[in-house]
Design a binder for this molecule. Structure first.
Ligand SMILES: Nc1ncnc2c1ncn2[C@@H]1O[C@H](COP(=O)(O)OP(=O)(O)OP(=O)(O)O)[C@@H](O)[C@H]1O
Ligand SMILES: [Mg+2]
Length: 191
């Protein structure tokens, strides 16, 4: 099958689109436990970039599971496929010239690495939004830790499924010690 597929290049490339938009298309990949602050930070970063005239798009775990990934669950295999698709979508958005804010638990190193390769290493920033499981469980903004501890949710990252910490992230945002404003500022500095 793959033998019969050929990439068809256009004449307008990423660089041309970037010139038009006056920015570099890239992926800001937020990874961390549920409740660590990925979505909260991404929303604020998006607002600030928009205010500065930057074209952004936010991809968020729950949101994509309503549509593109609604056929997927939370087994290791489905999570891998979830992240694979999102990595590819994020790469397309970055190629379109957008600053793409992707917030997904993305617990496995391999999936995050695949997302980096899909976007191209120069277009990808891995941001580890760090808070320990006790802190996240205490915040429990969606009531998920409560359910997971009662055994009502299987394969819950940090409780009954692993989270592989990033070894060499481009940025660590420790939300246990930083305020939301400070966290947002760190991400903006990275850009
Ligand atoms: N420095 C901080 N940055 C971001 N959020 C913070 C910070 N300090 C405390 N919080 C709180 O932590 C919670 C983070 O929730 P949020 O929904 O953003 O997590 P998430 O990482 O997107 O989780 P999920 O993977 O379930 O989508 C919020 O209740 C937020 O108010
Ligand atoms: Mg979120």
């Amino acid at each position: 099958m793959v033998d019969n597929i050929k990439w068809h290049s256009g004449e307008i490339n990423k660089a041309a689109r970037e010139e038009l938009l006056g920015q570099q298309g890239m992926v800001l990949w937020f990874t961390g436990l549920s409740g660590s602050g990925k979505s909260t930070i991404a929303v604020e970063v998006e607002k600030e970039l928009y205010r500065r005239g930057k074209a952004c798009y936010r991809l968020d775990g729950d949101n994509l599971r309503f549509g593109l990934n609604k056929d997927l669950g939370f087994t290791a295999e489905d999570r891998e496929e979830n992240i694979r698709r999102i990595g590819e979508v994020a790469a397309l958005f970055a190629d379109a010239g957008l600053i793409t804010l992707a917030s997904f638990i993305s617990p496995y190193k391999e999936g995050r690495e695949a997302a980096r390769q899909a976007a191209g290493v120069d277009n990808f920033k891995e941001i580890y939004v760090k808070a320990d499981v006790e802190t996240c469980a205490e915040r429990d903004p969606k009531g998920l830790y409560d359910k997971a501890k009662k055994g009502e949710i299987e394969n819950f990252t940090g409780i009954s499924a692993p989270y592989e910490e990033p070894e060499n992230p481009d940025l660590i945002v420790d939300t246990m010690s930083l305020s939301l404003e400070e966290s947002v500022e760190l991400v903006l500095e990275l850009l």
